[in-house]
Ligand binder design. Structure first.
Ligand code: VGL
Ligand code: ZN
Length: 234
């Protein structure tokens, strides 16, 4: 290619994003919205508050009607769960330990089964949601992902559920961007779904650079990063 041609095509590319931005993504009947862990534990007043966590609620409520399929998840731990620092002598929250399945961040006690802390946020308004999937209920195994537990071999059943219902594409939202949202999105890709994360419908914990690392890993796996304004809503 002659140098002059290159300059011309670079100029053409430079104007292209404005054209793409004009056409929002309309979720098809084969798309599902996955709403991860929008629970009292992850907002102010909860046991593991994520900065700005409650701000995802109006964004998700607005997205809901654009989807024919909605799945909601809940982090749902046993009392004394192995992911709690309190279960490990001498360990404090946000330190790590080694579990049989690898490194585990240790958290404050959070989202214990059946407690108000583990309930979904009252303001979440998704009356058409069809499935609530709970995870992290095996006492010795954590599960950030809604698809597979942290041992990387115990499936939750969500991939089968979505596939049996003909779902091809998932849009992941909720808390927290760099843990349960990221792991869910990466496992969705691994299971063969086209996968979007709607960034402004998530908030992050950001522990030691975990947010930047998560976006990098998600991009490497083919997860698409979009904003709620990119999705066509009524
Ligand atoms: C989560 C830490 C521990 C999450 C759950 O929902 O992102 N993070 N348990
Ligand atoms: Zn948890």
């Amino acid at each position: 290619m002659r140098r002059r041609d290159f300059v011309l095509s670079a100029a053409a590319l430079g104007s292209a994003p404005a054209l793409w931005a004009a056409s929002p993504i309309k979720p098809s009947p084969k798309a599902a919205l996955i709403v991860v862990d929008v629970q009292n534990c992850f907002v102010d007043g909860g046991t593991l508050p994520v900065k700005g966590g409650a701000d995802v609620v109006p964004v998700i409520n607005k997205l809901g009607p654009a989807f024919q399929n909605i799945v909601v998840t809940q982090d749902w731990h046993t009392p004394g769960h192995a992911s709690f620092a309190s279960a490990h002598t001498g360990k404090k929250p946000f330190e790590t330990t080694t579990m049989p399945y690898g490194t585990q961040v240790l958290w404050p006690d959070h989202c214990v089964q059946g407690t108000e802390d583990a309930a979904l946020l009252k303001g979440l308004n998704l009356p058409t949601a069809q499935l609530i999937i709970r995870k992290g209920y095996h006492p010795q195994v954590d599960s950030y992902s809604a698809f597979q537990e942290a041992d990387r071999k115990t499936p939750t059943g969500l991939a089968g559920y979505l596939k049996q219902r003909g779902i091809k594409t998932v849009f992941v939202t909720g808390l927290a961007t760099d843990f349960c949202v990221a792991w869910t999105a990466m496992d969705a890709r691994a299971a063969g779904f086209e996968t979007y994360v709607i960034e402004d419908a998530t908030r992050a914990i950001d522990l030691n650079g975990s947010l930047a690392a998560a976006w990098k890993q998600m991009a490497a796996k083919g997860v698409k990063r979009i904003q709620s304004g990119d999705v066509a809503t009524a």
